[in-house]
Design a protein around this ligand. Structure first.
Ligand code: IMP
Length: 471
């Protein structure tokens, strides 16, 4: 039998990974399983109670993670929700594009509200998103919409596409370069030269000045996060990767071109943190009990106007970053099966179940069908034009009661056992249709309005969360 040369035999040793990385598996990934806005922030915050490091792995100020605490509410755009907990380091990770002036404002707001309890860190590999990217983003999307209003992506206008384009075109500036003045100035020269045809760019001198100011203010927080994260693996300290946006907005696997410019998938989360795949223990996909989408692009399960208005009103469905009303509709199991497979989901967190409370029945899409009878059950079409003529096929599940205070009180006391029977059956249906256990159920905006349940599909109790982190 052939044996690998001794130095190649153990991939962990050969690759220089710390001892235990392959077995202790202390990394959990949270990703959005729909079109964003699934309440990932809330679920990440809930799971952060068991984490030592929480890492935002991609995107930038396009995200808006809303967290409601007894002390007050906050929307985090660029800081990780880890900073809201004592003893947790919240990292804005290598895969992000971070707008420094907005980051400074966000930190100030948290400090003023006395909510900056953990330690914020920005990876020195994260890219600097500049105000010129914001101008370019608006200009580009207007260009698309001028050609045909239905072609506008409806971006958040935060500069994400142009910042990632510069990153991959190798024109970008990394946080680790903010303190290298000559490099910084040379890079700004090139960027202004290259973008000279874009109207209304902020004056170069003004941008340089505010960039240097913000860079100085942020310098204590800019670090190489590699030693932090690999040190954590070595010590078997739990790491939580905080996805932003959603798998269906992934640049390659989403509804291109109506997508964001990063990889909000589980594989993308690893690249965006700088971690190897062997250390992952769980991939948690977050989905609402219904569906929403903001911006352009296909949305096959969008509800008819009267139902949409109801979901918008009861669910408070407005963009956390832009304030735009979100399109609302019904849970799409075709997409959820696709996301489950693409990301290797080990569990689901189903959120906002309270919003549907009191409905007689709840529509769920189980397939798409074409006029010629072809059915799609586990993936959407690749080309946008191929969505034309696809009709969702719905089943109606029995509705569950409203979440009145007596029920929420029981849920707080007794946990998932107190979930209404029809809701339990709805969750069991989602499990059966996707093959993924629903482990978390969120029934309100507050931090404590989440319960953890045992899968009805496997009947097995879930393993305890990775070591409760002693603080
Ligand atoms: P961008 O990320 O600003 O370029 O926007 C691209 C598309 O992704 C638009 O349809 C946005 O509405 C959508 N998008 C980006 N970030 C989020 C998010 O955090 N939640 C929901 N949709 C988002």
């Amino acid at each position: 039998m052939w044996h690998a040369p001794a130095h190649r035999r153990n991939p962990f040793q050969a690759g220089g990974l710390p001892r235990g990385t392959g077995t202790s598996m202390t990394v959990r990934i949270v990703i959005g399983a729909q079109y964003g806005d699934e309440a990932k922030g809330k679920i990440t915050d809930y799971l952060a109670a068991d984490a030592r490091y929480v890492v935002r792995t991609g995107g930038g100020p396009n995200a808006g993670h809303s967290i409601h605490l007894p002390e007050g509410s906050v929307i985090l755009h660029q800081l990780s929700v880890g900073v809201l907990r004592h003893g947790v380091t919240g990292i804005s990770g290598p895969g992000m594009v971070v707008q420094p002036m907005r980051f400074v404002d966000e930190m100030r707001e948290l400090e003023e509200k006395k909510l900056l309890l953990g330690e914020p860190v920005i990876s020195d590999r994260a890219h600097v998103l500049l105000p010129i990217h914001e101008v370019e983003d608006a200009w580009e999307d207007a260009l698309r919409a001028r050609q045909d209003p239905s072609r506008g992506i409806g971006t958040t206008g935060r500069g994400i596409g142009p910042a990632y384009a510069d990153r991959y075109g190798r024109w970008g500036i990394r946080y680790g370069e903010l303190s290298h003045l000559d490099t910084l100035r040379a890079r700004l020269d090139l960027l202004y030269e290259r973008k000279r045809l874009i109207p209304n760019l902020p004056p170069r001198a003004e941008l340089e000045r505010s960039l240097l100011e913000a860079g100085e203010r942020l310098s204590p927080y800019i670090r190489d996060v590699d030693p932090l994260l690999f040190g954590a693996l070595e010590r078997e300290e739990p790491i939580l990767l905080e996805g932003a946006q959603s798998a269906l907005l992934d640049i390659d696997f989403g509804t291109y071109p109506f997508v964001t410019s990063s990889h909000p998938t589980s594989a993308g989360a690893l690249v965006g943190a700088g971690l190897p795949p062997q250390c992952v223990s769980e991939v948690i996909g977050v989905a609402k009990a219904y569906a929403t989408r903001v911006g352009g692009g296909p949305f096959l399960t969008r509800a008819e106007p009267r139902e949409e208005e109801y979901l918008q009103r009861i669910g408070g469905e407005r963009g956390a970053t832009t304030g735009r009303p979100r399109g609302c509709g019904w849970l799409d199991l075709v997409l959820l099966r696709y996301v489950a497979r693409l990301n290797g989901l080990t569990s689901l967190a189903i959120t906002k179940v309270d919003v549907l409370g009191g409905l007689e029945s709840v529509p769920v899409c189980t397939a798409y069908v074409r006029p010629d009878g072809t059915r799609w059950t586990d993936r959407p079409p690749t080309a946008i034009d191929d969505y034309a003529g696809l009709e969702p096929v719905y089943v109606r599940r029995p509705g569950w009661p409203e979440f009145h205070p007596r029920l929420t009180e029981r849920l707080r006391r007794e946990g998932a056992r107190a979930l209404p029977r029809a809701l339990q059956e709805f969750l069991a249906f989602v499990e059966q249709e996707t093959g993924v256990p629903v482990e978390y159920v969120s029934y309100g905006a507050q931090r404590d309005e989440t319960v953890r349940r045992t899968s009805s599909r496997t009947g097995r109790p879930r393993p305890e969360p990775i070591s409760r982190w002693a603080k």
